[in-house]
Design a protein around this ligand. Structure first.
Ligand code: DAH
Length: 342
């Protein structure tokens, strides 16, 4: 008989079980236990209504329906609670502390060599030079032959050449761009040619199989050694500082005559002597000279009419001096801790 006395234990039992429920699965099980069509405890009671007399039935039916409603409401409430709990658990797990410092992103900057090259180009362009380039894989003729270094010339050995084929080399200097320029252009010529060059060298603090040079070439009527000296001096004063001095020491390169090595006054000790300049006060930075008439002759320039000067400057060396980098390898390692200082 569905009376309040009969049903309240069922309700109490349900409430007790409900209190224990904390997962969706347990809640579904509980719903089945009380409301499933075939064997739910409440459903079973409802089915029993048919056995009651006509007088008893409405009262009992009302009670049972109320109970069913209460159970459904309680289940729905519980479902809501479980959902809330899951949500806050997720929020907790995915919590982000917006007050924590963020990750620092490294922004790309220009490599010190790139920066120095751009500065050098800017200075030379302001002096009226134009910029030329040539291939890094070069034909023997341009790298050697036309620069007055025929096959078997001893100066070829000094270059530690990396050969691609018998006739192709990785250019050992930027000087072949002189030839390529003079082939295309009649005097007056006033160019620089920055770029990579390659030699068979082992890597250490001052050597690398790949490094950079800036070639320079000026050809016109009446060009003298004084123009060479003045141009180089003007450039170095602009690049380093106004009190920079230079000196030329006689040297030999087959494509210039006379040839020289150019030193700058040490930019660390200002020429008084320190460990960088090995106490000499001077640092060697380039080879230079007056274009050998033999080269003009090879190219078909009128060597009676024209004279010229040329230089080949070591860029990496200058970058090391300018930024006080003591090991050449730092320039090529691509270590962000080094690069981010520029
Ligand atoms: N090409 C030479 C080298 O790499 C450097 C050089 C010397 C270039 C004298 C020149 C020059 O233009 O006139 O060793």
């Amino acid at each position: 008989m569905a009376t309040v006395e009969h049903l309240s234990p069922l309700w109490d039992a349900f409430r007790k079980e409900l209190a224990e429920v904390s997962t969706d699965e347990a809640l579904t099980d509980l719903r089945d236990k009380y409301l499933s069509r075939s064997r739910g405890a409440v459903t079973v009671e409802l089915k029993k209504l048919g056995q009651l007399s006509a007088e008893e039935r409405p009262q009992a039916g009302k009670l049972l329906n109320e109970l069913k409603l209460l159970v459904e409401q309680a289940l729905a409430e519980k479902a809501g609670e479980i959902r809330e709990k899951q949500k806050s658990a997720r929020y907790q797990a995915e919590r982000v502390d917006v007050t924590l410092p963020g990750y620092a992103y490294h922004t790309a900057g220009r490599h010190p060599i790139r920066r120095a090259l751009e500065e050098m180009e800017r200075i030379f362009v302001s002096m009226g030079f134009s910029i030329m380039s040539g291939p890094e894989v070069e034909v023997d003729y341009y790298n050697f032959e036309a620069l007055n270094m025929p096959k078997g010339h001893p100066a070829r050995d000094a270059q530690d050449t990396l050969y691609v084929t018998d006739n192709l080399v990785l250019r050992t200097h930027t000087s072949p761009v002189q030839i390529r320029t003079m082939e295309k252009q009649k005097p007056p010529v006033r160019i620089i040619a920055p770029g990579r060059v390659f030699r068979r060298d082992s890597v250490d603090a001052t050597h690398s199989p790949m490094f950079h040079q800036i070639e320079g070439l000026v050809v016109d009527e009446g060009i003298t050694l004084a123009d060479l000296k003045g141009t180089i001096e003007m450039f170095l004063k602009a690049f380093f500082s106004e009190d920079t001095r230079i000196r030329l020491r006689p040297s030999y390169f087959p494509f210039v005559e006379p040839g020289a090595e150019v030193d700058v006054s040490c930019i660390f000790c200002r020429g008084t002597g320190c460990s960088i300049c090995k106490q000499s006060g001077w640092i060697e930075i380039m080879g230079a000279g007056m274009v050998n008439p033999r080269v003009f002759q090879i190219l078909g320039y009128d060597y009676e009419k024209y004279t010229g000067f040329a230089w080949g400057m070591g860029v990496d060396r200058i970058v090391m001096l300018k930024y006080q980098v003591e090991d050449l390898r730092l320039l090529f390692d691509n270590d962000i801790r080094f690069l981010s200082q520029f």
